[in-house]
Design a protein. Structure first.
Length: 336
């Protein structure tokens, strides 16, 4: 959120869809691959807020790009240097977060994490962290700690001391990628390709809980300041958890789509789901109502069912796109 508006970004192949939601309506814009200096797929697109200023970060096969959020003006392009001894291995960047109010951390396929620091109106490379031996999957920040995960399931905890980062904790992986992270109080939670959720105490350096949460790859997790957590997976299920009680309390099935991302919206109990769909999809929810739609590349219409506790929505694909991403916004009554 920024200046009373909420910004959303969804990437698909070489396109980036930008949506800005305000009280008076929405604004949508598409950045094409050529605008991003390449025609190759964009691995990740993410908004990062630094001291109230919003930036758009793109992770690609060519490098890392930082843009202004309002006019998409490029402030930095950091190319990925290919190791001459590994010409057959393609490099990429993945995993982005804001750090300490004036830095951005981005992960690389080499296992390194690059820290960029804001310098006036632009950014410059500030530091490089080396501790992983596998490609980075996700990066999260909380207070003075940075949490990074990789393709082998390893999670590292870095502590900012002075003007540098020190590796303080290592949670070894078991071979399954830790594809997504979130942090709540003294816990760092990892979602794994095996379908497991693992909760670690990053202060004590111990694992608190291990949950067989999903039947397939976990793509995204998020947590509220009150400890409610949500997870989405390729098994088409959305699970809601209470981290204070370490319990699961609700599930939602969304068939015929791939759930690619999920977030709680700021200062509300609403949820946004990122879907990858191929055809028009009927979606029914119980105890969850749809917010006014702001979809990328789709239109969304809703039809009230005879059941007053549910609503059926129809997601229609953009006529020029066969496989597309869409955003569905849900108002949840289950987070109280």
């Amino acid at each position: 959120s920024n200046n009373g508006s909420t910004h959303y970004v969804v990437s698909s192949k070489g396109l980036v869809n930008l949506v800005v939601g305000k009280a008076g309506g929405t604004m949508q814009r598409t950045m094409e691959g050529k605008m991003c200096s390449h025609a190759r797929p964009i691995i990740q697109a993410k908004y990062v807020s630094l001291s109230g200023t919003l930036y758009l970060v793109l992770c690609t096969f060519q490098g890392i790009q930082i843009h202004t959020a309002l006019d998409q003006r490029q402030l930095l392009f950091h190319p990925l240097n290919i190791d001459p001894a590994k010409q057959d291995e393609e490099m990429f960047s993945q995993g982005v977060c804001g750090v300490m109010g004036d830095m951005i951390a981005a992960g690389l396929s080499t296992g390194r994490i690059i820290i960029f620091k804001r310098d006036g109106g632009t950014f410059a490379k500030h530091d490089t962290l080396q501790g992983h031996s596998n490609p980075i999957c996700d990066v999260k920040h909380s207070q003075k700690k940075l949490f990074t995960s990789d393709d082998n399931g390893c999670i590292l905890v870095w502590h900012y001391k002075g003007d540098s980062w020190e590796l303080t904790k290592t949670f070894e992986g078991a071979g399954s990628p830790c594809s997504t992270l979130c942090v709540y109080k003294e816990f760092v939670i990892g979602g794994f390709g095996s379908g497991h959720l693992r909760v670690f105490d990053h202060g004590e350096g111990s694992m608190v809980a291990e949950i067989t949460a999903h039947a397939r790859w976990i793509n995204a997790i998020d947590v509220t300041p009150g400890g409610k957590m949500i997870s989405v997976s390729e098994d088409t299920l959305v699970h809601l958890w209470d981290l204070n009680k370490m319990t699961h309390y609700h599930s939602i099935s969304i068939p015929n789509v791939q759930l690619c991302g999920v977030n709680f919206l700021p200062v509300s109990s609403n949820i946004v789901l990122q879907l990858l769909s191929v055809h028009s999809l009927p979606v029914r929810r119980r105890r969850i109502s749809l917010l006014p739609a702001m979809t990328c590349g789709t239109s969304l219409s809703s039809e009230r069912n005879t059941d007053t506790n549910s609503r059926t929505a129809l997601l229609d694909p953009h006529p020029s796109v066969q496989r597309h991403f869409s955003l569905v916004y849900l108002r949840s009554t289950l987070l109280v």
